[in-house]
Design a protein around this ligand. Sequence first.
Ligand SMILES: [Zn+2]
Length: 588
Amino acid sequence: MTADPLDILHATFGFSGFRGVQAQVVGRVMAGLGTLAVMPTGAGKSLCYQLPALARTGTAVVISPLIALMHDQVRSAEGFGIKAATLTSADDDRAETMRRFRDGDLDLLYVAPERASNESFRNLLQATELSLFAIDEAHCVSEWGHDFRPDYRLLRPLLDRFPDVPRLALTATADAHTRADILQQLGLPQDGLIVAGFDRPNIRYQISPRDGLAQQLKAFIADQPGAGIVYAPTRDATDRIATQLAGLGRSTRAYHAGLDPAVRQRNQRDFVASEDMVMVATIAFGMGIDKPDVRFVAHAGLPKSIEAYYQETGRAGRDGEPAVAQLFWGAEDFARARRRLAEVDETRMAGERTRLAALGMLVETSDCRRAILLRHFGETPPTRCGNCDNCLSPPATVDVTEVARKLLSAAFRTEMRFGVGHLLDVLAGHDTEKVIANNHNRLSVYGIADEEELKLVRPVARVLIARDALRADEYGGLSFGPSARAILKGEEPVGLVMAPKRERKRKSRDAQEHPHDPLFEALRARRREIAMAKGVPPYVVFHDSTLREMAGLHPTTMAGLAQVTGVGEAKREAYGEAFLEVLRGWQG
Ligand SMILES: [Zn+2]
């Protein structure tokens, strides 16, 4: 017995239609076909298994890598009136959950991959009818993916034991290689691959060189409404930045593996529940949370790869509302990454080097950031997106080939072991102790740069390092990388992107995009009360976009409320009256 997916879409989730590839994916699962759905975060991935789980007979088993993530997902599902539970080592109610499962009293059962190899779990699955297997974060099954989890390899025998139960693998990031591998590893048919576009049009990408990070972060965050994440490269940096930002008048927390687990858990919970908290964290934070209303993600340093950047920035704006991704980078990020590269296994070296070069291009470009990202994932985007820093205020590019050649010559003449400070002294013709002691005042490059050129030496060094024309050792000593020769010979021009002056006194982003709406604020206040009373994050009650639509349509009856996107039956019943009270009482 199956129900009509469209009826469920409307009644349970409050949506009038499917978005993007959702219809295709749900259609395949309903037809019992194996499917791999590659969908960007925020494209409504979880609905692709939740809906068939409701429409088909039986219970859906959802495999997910992180316990915290499962708990968030269960809470969200329950908000829609879906019967869901987790079966993990962290749950005290395992016996109760198993009983509910056996009785067919669950629409969704979330489990971790390691459970799959457990014989008693396999037997448990025989006890009731299964509607489907959903394998979330499916890229974890592939060694080609950026997040390989050996536990995922245990899934295939389990899936094969239930050949008639459709399998749906889901991931937000997987390149062509990884996709092919997922299909094979999970026994999915070649034609079962459905790839949604990677574009996240509501995320604004901004990238700038680091220059007084604490001030840069403060200025950036002051402009951002709502909750956000600042990613720091190390635990120490995380603590330091959290302290620096504490004076901003926003609640600020830190999250890294060095914190007491109880503190970490509390910080994470507070963040999920908050409407404007700043979370400073290592990248360990975020994969395990399901918070749709993160308004910004800032990187204090270079991410590991474009895939990682896309995934980390993708945690912003999952509700589809405007969000910002800001990256601050420095030459030392590239230098450190290249040194780490030296320790990498020979077979992975070429791949890792390509990853780093792609990042270099992303941060250094004066072209559209989004276009570079999407091309990286094999798409053919328009050349301008209109929603990244370079599209919004096109920067000027200055030809700095001459300065680059002088700097490279100076590095070469000084035997490629000095840092940029000393090379600057040599190029400027300064008689420092170090210059004299090394006889560098006798070199042909001594004093060959003029005042204007000297100002450009440091930014040019940054560009050359990002491009792998210069490599920095751990003491800052600069030597040639593979692309140095062509530049030195004048075969490759070097351009420097000059960031446009930041206009101060600009209205805050929120004010531009959403004029202040007191009814929306009143609805938000009501949502806060309900969330607090129920002990759930505000977004589990309703998303901002739903409240905004509610404020716009201003319904005063249950029937009117039902027309608002995101208001399904369970939520209407649970919260309808409370919100109607605000709406009816509103004179404006
Ligand atoms: Zn753009």
